[in-house]
Design a protein around this ligand. Structure first.
Ligand code: ATP
Length: 311
C-alpha cells in the first residue's frame, strides 16, 4: 500500500535551470514530487536528469529557479537528514564485506548499528553480507548502494538510473526492490531512460528531453485516451455513424480503417450504433498507446532508446 498525499510535496522545484557556459542543460523545469509516491524522471541520455537530481541534493548549484526539498533549500542539513541518495557510484570499499561497508557508513552518519542488518535484509543481501564487496555482481553492488542510501531511514530516496548496466535478472530484482521501498510513507524519486521501468514501478512520470520537462502525469494520463480500430462496410456510412456518436474530431480513416479516439469502454456503444445503422462490422479492437509511443512523440524520436534497451 502506498500512502500518497496529493497536497504534500516532498520536492518542489519551479523554473529549475542550470547553465553551463552558454548551454541551458536544465531549462525551466517544474517538478513536484508528492509525499509517498514513486516518481520517475524519464529521459534520454544527456536530457538533464542527473544534473537535476544533483541540484536537489545540493551537489550542483542552481543557476535560476526555486527549489525546496522536504521544505528546505537544496543542501540544507535540515532537509538532507531526510534524504537518502544513490547518485554517483556508491563509493564502497572493495576489500570490506558488504556489512562492514555499511557499518563504516552507519558510524559516520551516527546511525545505530542494528540498522545495518535491517537494510541488508531490505535489499535482500543478508546471505552475502559477509562477502567482500569486490566479489559482488553489479546488481548486488547497486543494491548495497541502495542499502547505504536507506541507512538513515530517509523520507525521500533519490536514485539515479538504479538499473543502469544491470542484466535482465538484476534489473527485475532492482524493480521489485524499488516497488517494495516505495510502499507506505516513503517517497522515491528515480531517474531512468527505460520506459518499461518507469511504466512498471512509477506512480507518476515526468518526461524530460534537452533540459525541458515535456510532460508530467500518471502513466495512464500520459498515454491519454485509447483508440478503437473498426473495420466496417460500407465505410462512408460507418464514418457518419461514428461521427454522430463521438463527434467528427474523434474520427479518422487510416488505410480504409476507422480510427476512433475514445476510451475502450465506448466500444460497445459504437458497435451497437453501427449495427443499428446496417453497417457490417468485421473487426473492432482497442489500440492502446504505449508509454513508448508517447515518449517518442514528445521527444521527437530519433536516436532515443527503445524499451529495455541498454545505452
Ligand atoms: P545521462 O543519462 O547520460 O546521465 P542525464 O539526463 O542524466 O543523462 P546530465 O548528466 O544531467 O544528463 O547532463 C545533461 C547535459 O549537461 C549533458 O549534455 C552534459 O554534457 C552536460 N553537463 C553535465 N555536467 C556538466 C558540467 N559539469 N559542465 C558542463 N556540462 C555538463
Amino acid at each position: 500500500m502506498r500512502n500518497i498525499h496529493d497536497d504534500v510535496h516532498v520536492v518542489q522545484a519551479r523554473g529549475l535551470t542550470k547553465v553551463y557556459g552558454a548551454r541551458r542543460v536544465v531549462d525551466g523545469v517544474d517538478l513536484m514530487v508528492r509525499a509517498g509516491e514513486v516518481y520517475g524522471f524519464l529521459g534520454p541520455n544527456g536530457a538533464g536528469k542527473t544534473t537535476t537530481l544533483r541540484i536537489l541534493l545540493g551537489l550542483v548549484r542552481l543557476s535560476e529557479g526555486t527549489v525546496r526539498v522536504l521544505g528546505h533549500r537544496p543542501g540544507d542539513p535540515r532537509g538532507l537528514i531526510g534524504v537518502g541518495a544513490l547518485v554517483e557510484g556508491p563509493g564502497l570499499y572493495p576489500y570490506l564485506s558488504g556489512r562492514d561497508n555499511l557499518r563504516v557508513m552507519a558510524r559516520y552518519a551516527g546511525v545505530p548499528m542494528r540498522r545495518v542488518d535491517e537494510v541488508l535484509e531490505l535489499v535482500n543481501l543478508t546471505d552475502r553480507a559477509a562477502d567482500r564487496f569486490a566479489t559482488y555482481s553489479l546488481g548486488m553492488k547497486q543494491r548495497l548502494g541502495v542499502a547505504a542510501a536507506l541507512l538513515k531511514d530517509p523520507k525521500l530516496l533519490i536514485l539515479d538510473e538504479p538499473s543502469n548496466g544491470l542484466d535482465p535478472a538484476g534489473m527485475a530484482e532492482m524493480r521489485r526492490l524499488i516497488r517494495r521501498l516505495g510502499t507506505g510513507e516513503r517517497t522515491v524519486l528515480l531517474s531512468s531512460h527505460q520506459l518499461a521501468e518507469v511504466e512498471e514501478i512509477c506512480d507518476r512520470v515526468g518526461v524530460i528531453s534537452q533540459g525541458r520537462m515535456l510532460a508530467e502525469g500518471t502513466v495512464a494520463e500520459l498515454r491519454g485516451e485509447g483508440q478503437l480500430m473498426v473495420r466496417a462496410d460500407p465505410l462512408p456510412r460507418a464514418r457518419e455513424v461514428a461521427e454522430r456518436v463521438l463527434g467528427p474530431q474523434r474520427v479518422s480513416v487510416v488505410d480504409g480503417v476507422l480510427r476512433l479516439r475514445t476510451a475502450p469502454h465506448r466500444a460497445a456503444v459504437v458497435n451497437r450504433a453501427l449495427v443499428a445503422a446496417d453497417v457490417a462490422v468485421s473487426e473492432l479492437r482497442v489500440v492502446e498507446r504505449t508509454l513508448e509511443d508517447v515518449f517518442f512523440e514528445l521527444t521527437g524520436g530519433a536516436g532515443q532508446p527503445r524499451v529495455g534497451e541498454e545505452r
